[in-house]
Design a protein around this ligand. Structure first.
Ligand SMILES: Nc1nc2c(ncn2[C@@H]2O[C@H](COP(=O)(O)OP(=O)(O)OP(=O)(O)O)[C@@H](O)[C@H]2O)c(=O)[nH]1
Ligand SMILES: [Mg+2]
Length: 472
């Protein structure tokens, strides 16, 4: 255990103590983590969740609301002064204003505090006065969670495993040949390191565009203010024969890899991850099905790796940070379910559940309660049915993002048995045999709600109930 780790542990312990005293005496705080790989739907989810908690007319399945116990909800300044505030107002205006559009991509951690004034439930509720519960919503990229596995590896192991995993990928060809040409025993040269890191980061972007989820180190995709710093200027290399000399390319790459772990990965887990109580992981299951079996298989693996980050005792560093504390509930939510007619929602939920069960088995996960749901944070479509060659066809209609035209659309029929998709994906099928799936990009509908109603959604109330219902 290094000195830094001990210090981490002490700070965390003091904080935990502080939280405990504060919570017991004053107002409880629930920290809800919202994550998912890029474009999974995090920003839309948080925006719509907050809007629907402020105006609860569409939250009938959120039990504290159904029981009439929520007296009011309001936004408050968040407790963390150094974390950017989630730009709720701008995102909501984009999606529900005139000329509705989806929010811009967001690339870092952000946070928002929503406070709820609630009347306690249960037998003694009549004797207790209303109290305030703070919900701190923390948005962070799923890619950063996947970095956890770097902590278990040294540079040599990480290089070997990464090169082996990507060697058969077309998108990695340019980087692999650059890595092969590099002389890792030669004296370190910044220009060489920069070129290698640039080639590796190009590969990661291409891999993600091709539908791969294992695109770590996460900050290579989302560098933010760290772009160009040494801790982000390294790449996996084949180990040279013998012991690489001091001041060689290999030794400096090794040092930077360690710096990335110490300066990027650990602070994220310490400052954000370790404080989460409840977690929702958004997954674009429909998008992966649409992209084909390889993408679905990769999503399945990414879900297992995500879940592994929440496994108690996952590694020594995390255990010291968490001190026995753990995330209590994790919801895997398949987003964008409004691309499907509701007659297919149960199948999407079943597929998500099956993926999650596999992820649990694979990650040998026990501990937190897990759930799976198919949702649409912001419903952009309406439903219609048509006769087609003597059969009823269930369609969804929406406004196409690209042309602005209204279009009815049939996305394909999901199988009743999830294994009809997961099986071939695992066996490495190149494409789906018996079906064809499509997704279209619909613009937000901008539909006006009645007063007291938030934006239209599908099962966002059920998601909220699973995640925080029991804490209100
Ligand atoms: N139809 C529909 N599309 C959605 C929904 N949620 C998200 N989308 C689509 O998914 C895209 C990405 O959503 P975001 O919320 O920006 O995703 P994100 O995870 O925040 O993405 P990054 O910030 O890039 O990591 C949006 O631009 C929409 O096209 C939904 O409920 N319904
Ligand atoms: Mg976002």
């Amino acid at each position: 255990m290094g000195l830094g780790d001990i210090a981490d542990g002490i700070v965390r312990r003091a904080e935990a103590l502080g939280d405990g005293v504060h919570e017991a005496l004053f107002e409880p705080v629930v920290r809800l983590g919202v994550t998912g790989l890029s474009r999974a739907g995090k920003t839309v989810f948080i925006t719509s969740l907050v809007a629907n908690l402020l105006d609860r007319g569409r939250m009938a399945q959120f039990m504290p609301q159904a029981e009439g116990r929520i007296l009011s909800a309001f936004l408050q300044p968040q407790p963390d002064d150094t974390v950017p505030r989630f730009d709720y107002e701008a995102h909501l205006a984009a999606m529900t204003g005139p000329n509705p559009r989806w929010p811009e991509s967001t690339r870092a951690v952000s946070e928002l505090r929503l406070s709820l004034r609630v009347r306690p439930g249960g037998m003694l509720s009549g004797f207790r006065s209303p109290r305030t519960v703070h919900l701190d919503i923390v948005d962070y990229p799923g890619e950063w969670l996947l970095d956890l596995e770097l902590l278990d590896r040294d540079y040599e192991t990480w290089s070997r495993e990464t090169l082996a995993r990507i060697t058969s990928r077309d998108v990695a060809a340019a980087f692999l040949s650059a890595a092969d040409r590099a002389d890792a025993s030669a004296a370190f040269d910044e220009a060489v390191a920069k070129d290698l890191a640039a080639a590796f980061s190009l590969y990661l972007h291409a891999a993600r565009a091709a539908g791969f989820s294992d695109c770590t180190p996460g900050r290579f995709l989302l560098p933010g203010e760290m772009a160009g710093s040494p801790a982000l200027t390294f790449a996996p290399l084949p180990k040279p024969d013998g012991t690489p000399p001091r001041k060689s390319l290999w030794r400096e790459m090794e040092r930077r890899f360690e710096a990335y772990k110490a300066r990027v990965v650990k602070p994220f887990f310490r400052d954000h991850f370790a404080r989460i109580d409840r977690q929702v992981v958004l997954v674009d299951v429909l998008g992966a099905i649409n992209a084909g079996p390889a993408a679905l298989e990769d999503l399945r693996r990414a879900m297992a790796d995500t879940l592994a980050a929440f496994r108690p005792g996952r590694n020594a560093f995390l255990s010291r940070l968490l001190l026995g504390r753990r995330v209590e509930k994790i919801l895997f939510a398949a987003t964008k379910a409004d691309h499907l007619h509701h007659s297919q929602h149960a199948r999407l939920t079943a597929i998500t559940e099956a993926l999650m069960r596999e992820a649990r088995d694979r990650a040998a996960f026990a501990g937190a309660e897990t759930g799976a749901l198919a949702i649409a944070a912001l419903r952009a479509t309406t439903e219609e049915s048509r006769e087609h060659e003597g059969r009823r066809l269930d369609l969804v209609r929406g406004t196409l993002v690209d042309t602005g035209a209204s279009a009815a659309f049939y996305p394909g029929r999901l199988p009743d048995d999830p294994m009809r998709l997961i099986g071939p994906a695992r066996e490495g099928a190149e494409r789906w045999l018996d079906a064809d799936y499509r997704v279209m990009r619909f613009a937000p509908s901008g539909a006006e709600g009645r007063p007291g109603e938030g934006p239209p959604h599908i099962r966002l109330d059920r998601a909220a109930d699973f995640l925080i219902g029991d804490r209100l």
